[in-house]
Design a protein around this ligand. Structure first.
Ligand SMILES: [Zn+2]
Length: 375
């Protein structure tokens, strides 16, 4: 099935051999029909459960399927490269622009057998304090390019635009799934972040609960009843100016006043927009230019010729908070100096109380310097 999204992108939905969904996002008209996935994969049966931490009022995900054997014929082969020369990957086509598919080892997945009240899991050890429920969400992988050696920052604006269309499409569709509370599009980049696949890709988590960080924000928004807190933060940063990295026509990039990481960058749309689906044509177009430029600036941040390890997370409004919660990027790196990493030790890991050794204003100054050098 093929249809067209905004930005002239053709979207074709198909299924992998084990039943997982795969979607091609082609620039321009859809490519010729792709070959089916003929790998001998057993049906995908992820096992995911959520356990409630009653003291912190947080859900913790417990997955046990990640130990299942891998069915790739060659462990060294990249599963995100196109299928070529007799080698079969997760993507059956011999080329693609952007492709999204359901993760084979998801942290959340719909569990049809657990949907009815009779089969819902009982509390852990029968103790009512230890609530347990199925991890009914969804996890997807987004391949940004068929080029194994590319990076998101190295891709042309046309391709970034296609990635934005894919994010918007997936956000709209996943948000509509029953039980999904928030959709998070993110990219982990670099071995230091724990990335094992070098192929340029990101992930999408459709959470069956509102994650703790978002709940904190929702609580602040509630306390600020009636005020546009995101708009106020943005206005204050623009007034101060000391931490602004790029002030575009529709987007503003800045280092937050209370940054917690050695390198941290936030990017807000100037207008209140709840998520990718709400961005208009001009906002998408500017983002497609600005985002890769900011990623290149991050890579140039330290004079060390080593790409910056980072987590780039696109935060979107949880279910029911579209009027107050604004779409924004939070990017951070754990590299605190060339060859040195910040470890989350006692205060951060144990207490979630952050100590940052670098002044946010200094980080912004350096980012301004390198983003402008990039032209
Ligand atoms: Zn690859």
């Amino acid at each position: 099935m093929t249809d067209t999204t905004a930005g002239g992108v053709s979207r074709t939905v198909t299924r992998l051999a084990d039943g997982r969904e795969l979607i091609y996002f082609d620039e321009g008209p859809a490519a010729a029909p792709r070959p089916p996935d003929t790998r001998p994969l057993p049906p995908s049966r992820p096992s995911v459960e959520l356990r409630h931490d009653v003291l912190h009022d947080e859900w913790v995900t417990v997955t046990t399927h990640r130990n299942t054997r891998t069915f790739l014929p060659d462990a060294a082969a990249c599963p995100l490269c196109p299928s070529r020369d007799g080698r079969r990957s997760e993507i059956p086509a011999d080329d693609y622009d952007v492709v999204v598919f359901e993760n084979r080892f998801p942290s959340f997945a719909a569990s049809p057998e657990a949907a009815s009240p009779e089969t819902r899991p009982s509390p852990v050890d029968g103790e009512p304090l230890f609530a347990r429920r199925p991890g009914d969400g969804r996890c997807e992988v987004v391949c940004f390019s068929s080029d194994h050696t590319a990076s998101l920052g190295s891709l042309p604006p046309r391709r970034i635009r296609t990635v934005i269309e894919a994010w918007a499409d997936r956000t709209a569709e996943l948000s509509a799934l029953p039980g999904v509370q928030q959709v998070f599009c993110f990219e982990n980049r670099g071995e230091e972040i724990g990335v094992t696949l070098h192929h340029p890709h990101g992930q999408i988590y459709a959470y069956p609960f509102v994650p703790p960080r978002s709940r904190q924000v929702l609580a602040s928004l509630e306390r600020a009843a009636g005020r546009d807190l995101f708009g106020e933060v943005l206005a204050a940063e623009r007034r101060a100016g000391t931490r602004i990295v790029v002030d575009g026509e529709h987007w503003t990039a800045f280092v937050p006043a209370a940054a917690r990481w050695p390198v941290q960058l936030h990017l807000y749309p100037r207008r209140h927009v709840a998520g990718f689906p709400g961005l208009d044509e001009d906002e998408r177009a500017e983002l497609a230019e600005l985002y890769p430029a900011l990623l290149r600036a991050c890579d140039a941040y330290y004079d060390d010729d080593a790409p910056l390890p980072y987590v780039a997370g696109w935060h979107q409004a949880p279910r029911g908070a579209h009027d107050t919660y604004r779409l924004h990027l939070q990017l951070f790196s754990i590299r605190r100096a060339p060859g040195r990493l910040k470890f989350l030790a006692g205060s951060e890991s144990g207490m979630a109380a952050w100590i940052n050794d670098v002044a946010p204003e200094q980080v912004a100054e350096r980012l301004r310097e390198v983003v402008h050098k990039d032209g």
